[in-house]
Write a protein that binds this ligand. Structure first.
Ligand code: 3LM
Length: 460
């Protein structure tokens, strides 16, 4: 597991580089405990025939390793989870575009439904292409189990519909992705679940607000859009003292930069639409947790409540995206730092929100908890709202678009776009100002991004 001590070494500006990823522990998904069919039908601990063979092959490959050293992040992202049972030895696994699986006999079908025999049943319960991706992601996040779903919102809603009941209370941070905020405010509350916002930047606030009714504590770190950082370890300790589960949205950081489970979180969610997929060409979501929690999330949350099943085609694309995640994240981080430096030096800019700037209020916490600082930056221009819109319209290379983590640099205006779900008064209270501009640093050559931002600042 990535200890906080190890993470502490990671502030890029001081320690940078990717070599430390080689020392990350490999909580191999292949070590997951095997279970009954209800588990096999899904991916959390599948050991269907193909999986057993993949396990044997991977163990052999490990035996051949001359160094017996934990493998690095990129190596695992490229190799882990690969099912080697293909009859033709395909290096890239075929995509199992099938909704259902044939049983050899009626008794076999019954046995699989009863949880007495491994093997696939129906893609909403599990699919080999999704399983490969899930095994890989579980290892990268250091989780016992992983479930892939159709979108980030599908991940969040599948978790909540699994664990909350009327009368429960959930405590969420103030700054959340706009649709997550709407899910809590307009979704959960309609069903008798109390949702309260707590400024979790200060863990003392959680101590004051948490109660015996609190079922889940939820936050993003870094938070969308204003980059607030939450101390995962401190919040988890407080939540666990009241038996509440901690759910962290790790979309902004990715498992490459931060592993919340190692810091005490119970469940991690991702919008894989973003960095994990990495190319802006798919929608996908990810959930990571203990095998025990995942049993319920898969067979209650996903199977019966949301049905937010990931297409095998999109699972294949995310698996492909993971092969370059480390390379891409290093470049996103490099470009993010350069953009933040440029903005901070500009006389047109009032304030920059980027956790890698020493001037950022939570710089030390970000350094302790993240390996690098990511590629997301928010800033306010002196001219406020109008200057922000002028800046967007003056861009020539960077795209005006929501979403993040793509190859293209994307720029948007949270108050009128991603966070228009908040009431204006709430946005003000929660630090999402009208003039805030958000940048997702892409993978272009940094000089070209910086030149475009510079000319747009002049015209803003
Ligand atoms: C956006 N965000 O531009 P999907 N969690 C986080 C997110 O940022 C998002 C989700 C979950 C944006 C999408 S706005 C219409 C476009 C931290 C999405 C939801 O369901 O895969 O989109 O993930 O900030």
């Amino acid at each position: 597991m990535l200890s906080i001590e190890r993470a502490t070494e990671g502030g890029v500006r001081e320690h940078g580089g990717s070599s430390s990823s080689d020392e990350r522990s490999d909580s191999s998904p292949l070590e997951q405990k095997e279970g009954g069919v209800r588990e096999h039908g899904g991916s959390s601990s599948s050991d269907g025939p193909s999986f057993s063979s993949a396990k044997a092959e991977n163990l052999k490959a490990n035996d051949r390793s001359p160094h017996k050293k934990k493998r690095g992040f990129a190596t695992r992202a490229i190799h882990s989870g690969h099912d080697k049972s293909d009859p033709h030895g395909a290096l890239t696994s075929p995509i199992y575009m099938t909704s259902t699986f044939e049983f050899e006999t009626a008794e076999q079908g019954g046995a699989r439904f009863a949880g007495e025999e491994g093997g696939y049943i129906y893609t909403r319960l599990g699919n080999p292409t999704l399983n490969e991706l899930e095994q890989n992601l579980a290892g990268l996040e250091g989780a016992e189990a992983c479930l892939t779903v159709a979108s980030g919102m599908g991940a969040i809603s599948s978790v909540f519909w699994t664990f909350v009941s009327p009368g429960d209370e959930i405590l969420v941070d103030e700054t959340l992705y706009g649709c997550t905020f709407a899910f809590f405010r307009h979704g959960m509350e309609k069903f008798g679940i109390s949702v309260r916002h707590v400024d979790m930047r200060n863990p003392e606030n959680l101590i004051r607000e948490i109660s015996d009714k609190t079922r889940i504590v939820y936050f993003e770190t870094p938070a969308n859009p204003n980059m607030r950082i939450i101390d995962i370890r401190a919040i988890s300790e407080i939540a666990h003292s009241k038996n509440a589960k901690v759910v962290v949205d790790n979309t902004y950081a990715t498992p490459y930069l931060q592993n919340p489970i190692a810091l005490g979180a119970d469940i991690v969610v991702h919008s894989a639409t973003k960095y994990l997929g990495g190319h802006g060409d798919l929608m996908a979501g990810v959930i990571l947790s203990s095998a025990e929690d995942m049993e319920q999330i898969r067979y209650v949350g996903l199977k019966d409540m949301t049905g937010a099943v990931l297409s095998p085609m999109n699972a294949f694309l995310v698996t492909r995206g993971l092969k370059t995640l480390e390379l891409r994240m290093e470049r996103h981080c490099d470009n993010g730092e350069k953009i933040a430096d440029l903005l901070e030096a500009s006389t047109k800019v009032e304030k920059v929100f980027f956790p890698g700037l020493p001037s950022f209020a939570q710089y030390e916490l970000a350094k302790a908890q993240m390996r690098r600082f990511g590629g997301m930056i928010a800033f306010e221009l002196n001219g406020g709202h109008d200057a922000g819109l002028k800046f967007l319209n003056a861009l020539e290379l960077c795209k005006i678009a929501v979403s993040l983590g793509d190859a293209e640099t994307l720029v948007e205006h949270p108050a009128s776009m991603t966070h228009s779900t908040y009431e204006p008064e709430e946005r003000m209270r929660f630090g999402i100002t009208e003039g805030l501009v958000r940048i997702s640093a892409g993978l272009e050559n940094s000089d070209d991004i910086l030149a475009d931002i510079e000319q747009a600042l002049i015209r803003a």
